[in-house]
Design a protein. Structure first.
Length: 206
């Protein structure tokens, strides 16, 4: 059973629907006991960094999340803002992040395309992803590896060994990380159709 964490800042309905499409049993919960004893966790997220951390802190779910992820080692997947909150902090706000992954969330700089035209931020739409190393997140992947993005900030882990995927938007940037039992994606697998279904099957079959 996958437990999708409801902390008031996530697109939980679409994540639940995608889990159902791939035949994975899932539930939505904001119950600390259910989260602490979960078999597997997903932390979705959309919106402002400080708001996300405020919601997490006020929900009282950080301690049970940590119990599950760090003490029991359950598989964990962060999505979009749920990925960014794993790092130590963000250019978007002043709140400290969870710090489960060392690094910082940075704002995209002013950039231009190959024709010299200014690139709009947020980065919104489909982009190719280049798997890094032998990441299990993209196990046995053949053909297109494309996902849907909506973000103005990107994760910059301190350790390159934790980067499992690279995308490009005016510059290469980390779009997924893999640190032991902690995985995360900047893109939205729940909005990425067959590519997202395949990604989630890999991520949730651990």
């Amino acid at each position: 059973m996958i437990t999708i964490i409801d902390y008031g800042a996530g697109n939980i309905g679409s994540v639940l629907n995608m889990c159902k499409k791939i035949g994975v049993k899932a539930q939505i919960s904001n119950n600390p006991e259910e989260i602490a004893s979960a078999e597997s966790l997903i932390l979705p997220g959309v919106g402002h960094y400080d708001h996300g951390m405020k919601q997490l802190n006020e929900s009282g779910l950080i301690a049970p999340m940590s119990e599950a992820v760090h003490s029991r080692g359950v598989p964990f997947l962060g999505i979009c803002l749920g990925m960014q909150l794993l790092l130590e902090g963000s250019d978007e706000g002043s709140a400290p992040g969870l710090g489960w992954v060392k690094g910082w969330v940075r704002k995209f700089p002013d950039m231009t395309d190959e024709n010299g035209r200014a690139l709009k931020v947020p980065h919104m739409g489909w982009s190719d992803v280049e798997p890094v190393g032998d990441s299990v997140m993209y196990k046995d992947w053949e053909g297109e590896c494309r996902f849907y993005f909506v973000h103005s900030f990107y994760c910059d882990p301190k350790s390159e060994s934790e980067v499992s995927g690279i995308a490009h938007y005016g510059m290469p940037f980390c779009c997924s990380i893999e640190v032991g039992n902690i995985w995360a994606s900047q893109f939205h697998p729940e909005k990425s159709h067959r590519h997202g279904m395949r990604f989630l099957k890999n991520a949730l079959s651990r």
